[in-house]
Design a protein around this ligand. Structure first.
Ligand SMILES: [Zn+2]
Ligand SMILES: [Zn+2]
Length: 248
């Protein structure tokens, strides 16, 4: 069996026609993890897996495009599916906002485990390591390993952080999902990456297969080309198209 990642949505900042905000389904034969729950991903997820078959939900940060399906997920688990005990790994501030939004405890449907920079977690046969990125709020990138393969996910970040921080042993990444939000003219204005910056970071961090994500409408092919340029990744770059499954 293999480690796979299925794109539920890859729109940056807000959902676009036909593409939800950030969300991914990471699976091995025995483990199913939902990574980021941006608006639109709850429905997309159920094209692939039942909510009751999830082993955990892992959230990168509190910005609404990465987690706002959580209160609606809880609706389903609490009032319809009557399913308790889903593990949620996320930051303390995301939990606080979620509790405020639902107006009560998230348990027993959602069992929140606070994670932070340097945290590690085991979910079934997947291991997750977190690293705080360069972003205006506490944001956690992830290195997910399973079936002998290594997946990287930058979450949202500026150039003040690198995937290399999740790879202290220099093993690199078989596949990495890197955000490529910005037009080249916007580089360094906000804590996000342009395609070129994403490509350069991925190359320096030993990424073997680069997939750009967190994209503005209509920019996917351009960002992939910019990321793959000779002064960046210097190789083919793929796009996190919604519905597509990658073998890591
Ligand atoms: Zn975002
Ligand atoms: Zn963000």
């Amino acid at each position: 069996m293999t480690l796979t990642v299925t794109v539920l949505g890859s729109s940056g900042t807000f959902a676009h026609a036909g593409n939800a905000c950030s969300g991914y389904l990471v699976r091995t034969a025995e483990t199913t993890v939902w990574v980021d729950a941006g608006p639109g991903t709850l429905g997309a997820l159920q094209e692939h897996v039942a909510l009751t078959d999830l082993d955990a939900l892992v959230l990168s940060h509190e910005h609404p495009d990465h987690w706002l399906e959580v209160p609606v997920l809880r609706n389903g688990l609490k009032y319809v599916l009557h399913h308790q005990g889903l593990r949620v790994l996320g930051t303390a501030s995301t939990r606080a906002i979620a509790e405020q939004l639902v107006g009560s405890e998230l348990a027993p449907e959602l069992l929140w485990e606070v994670v932070a920079d340097g945290s590690e977690a085991q979910v079934g046969d997947l291991h997750v390591r977190f690293s705080a990125t360069d972003h205006p709020v506490e944001t956690l990138a992830m290195r997910i390993t399973g079936e002998g393969r290594v997946l990287g996910y930058t979450a949202d970040t500026g150039v003040g952080w690198s995937l290399a921080e999740l790879d202290p042993d220099g093993r690199g990444f078989d596949l990495a999902l890197c955000e490529a939000t910005l037009d080249p003219s916007e580089e360094d204005e906000v804590q996000h990456l342009s395609g070129r910056q994403a490509g350069a970071m991925a190359r320096a961090a030993g990424v073997r297969r680069l997939v750009v994500t967190h994209l503005m409408a209509g920019t996917a092919q351009r960002r992939a080309a910019e990321a793959g340029a000779p002064d960046a990744f210097a190789g083919p770059v793929e796009v996190a198209e919604p519905g597509r499954t990658f073998e890591v």
